[in-house]
Design a protein around this ligand. Structure first.
Ligand code: FAD
Length: 391
């Protein structure tokens, strides 16, 4: 088999890139280790920046999102139970975010893939990259016990944090930067109405909490928890009690309790591997970087990467220029590091750090109070939260 671009991974990065290249008339094949139901079923991100909403529209995939998604023009912060609102639209000249689950985005991308000729090969085992330093790289894998080979001009590594493509960059070339946080997020999904029509980020002395949602009838709540905690120790009753404590009386009074149908613990990490290019291999999304979920940047960064990569690949295949490919890593990383900074800062502002003392707590409280009273501080938060422009 031969194609122009071999894309490894059919998560948001890989599938958006597949659609973008198809739209540009560039041939691509997406190789995915799992099956469609598994990829689509993963409960992950839920807040889309304008960049992602625009891309859904540009690919003519946005109809259901505009019908079912929830536009948020503001977000809320609770400091020890006292709520204040950040009016993102007023502070940023009208920008907003869209609440629409990653599962729904994936469903829309997969539904449109076959009719539009976006080729996806599921259940591709043992994907391996070859000759990425040469002008003629290729990818091999096994499917149904049979070895397969795909010759290509370029490989896009869109296979997430635990994929194989980043590891193909020689250790002496790849530089990694990492911060592992001493806590995780215990997340719950329940078919109950959310306690607020917008998100509430809570800093409480017992730890962080987030009130979020997927729809007017489906709530997504998170609690900061220890990394050694076990799901089975968190009954639904214990979760709701702790959530209400951290939210404070005002928001807790509006919480509807109900049985959870998904409960999981995710560790928090900041990570960047650079450069995002080596030879004919280009990394995008979680394959190159991870952010803690505070600030909802993970999937949106995957999207901004592939928008930039698709532009560079179009320049290369359609105009014969390598300038875009040469500049891709630096251009993508400039935006990635700003989102890393914001996610790290917002995590530091809202979480309890077991190794920090009373002084740190006072600084946190002072900063929250400053944000509450300062338009300038709110503008900074809002413009990062809705997503920085693509430059
Ligand atoms: C538990 C959890 C909760 C999250 N919550 C949020 C949130 O609330 N907000 C937010 O913005 N972000 C969140 N994220 C982050 C967000 O989901 C990711 O940033 C986003 O999925 C990145 O997309 P991606 O396509 O780069 O990687 P992925 O979504 O990881 O997709 C990579 C794909 O590659 C496939 N793959 C892996 N290895 C191979 C291989 N060897 N061969 C072939 N295919 C392979 C995988 O099966 C997968 O389908 C969360 C992530 C996790 C894990």
């Amino acid at each position: 088999m031969r194609t122009q671009v071999a894309i490894v991974g059919a998560g948001p990065a890989g599938l958006f890139l597949g659609h973008l290249l198809r739209q540009a008339g560039i041939d691509a094949v997406v190789l995915e280790r799992r099956d469609r139901a598994y990829v689509e079923g993963r409960v992950r991100a839920g807040v889309l920046e304008q960049v992602t909403v625009d891309l859904m529209d540009r690919l003519d995939l946005g109809r259901r999102m505009h019908r079912e998604g929830l536009v948020h023009t503001g977000t809320n912060i609770a400091a020890d139970g006292e709520l204040f609102r950040i009016d993102m639209a007023a502070l940023t000249g009208g920008a907003s975010v869209m609440v629409y689950g990653q599962q729904e985005v994936m469903k829309d991308l997969f539904d449109a893939a076959e009719p539009r000729g976006v080729k996806v090969i599921f259940d591709a085992e043992d994907v391996a990259l070859h000759d990425i330093d040469s002008a003629k790289p290729h990818v091999t894998w096994r499917k149904d016990g049979v070895e397969q080979r795909l010759d290509c001009d370029v490989i896009a590594g869109c296979d997430g944090f635990h994929g194989v493509t980043r590891a193909a960059i020689p250790a002496g070339v790849l530089k990694t930067f990492e911060r592992v946080y001493p806590f995780g997020w215990l997340g719950v999904l329940a078919d109950v109405p959310p306690c607020d029509h917008e998100l509430i980020y809570c800093n409480h002395e017992r730890g962080f909490a987030l009130a979020s949602m997927r729809s007017p009838t489906r709530s997504r709540y998170y609690l900061q928890c220890g990394l050694d905690e076990k799901i089975e120790d968190w009954s639904d009753d214990r979760f709701w009690d702790e959530l209400c404590l951290r939210l404070g009386d005002e928001a807790a009074g509006r919480v509807t309790r109900g049985p959870s149908f998904e409960k999981s613990i995710a560790p928090l990490r900041s990570f960047v591997g650079e450069p995002m290019r080596h030879g004919r291999l280009f990394l995008a999304g979680d394959a190159a970087h991870i952010v803690p979920p505070t600030g909802a940047k993970g999937m949106n960064l995957a999207v901004s990467d592939v928008v930039m990569l698709a532009e560079a690949l179009s320049e290369y295949f359609l105009d014969g220029s390598e300038a875009g490919l040469d500049g891709y890593s630096a251009r993508a990383l400039a935006r990635v590091w700003k989102a890393e900074r914001f996610s790290w800062w917002f995590t530091g502002l809202t979480h309890r750090f077991p190794d920090r003392d009373g002084f740190d707590r006072k600084i946190q409280v002072a900063e929250l109070d400053y944000i509450r009273g300062s338009r300038a501080a709110q503008v900074t938060l809002a413009e990062n939260y809705v997503g920085l422009p693509l430059v």
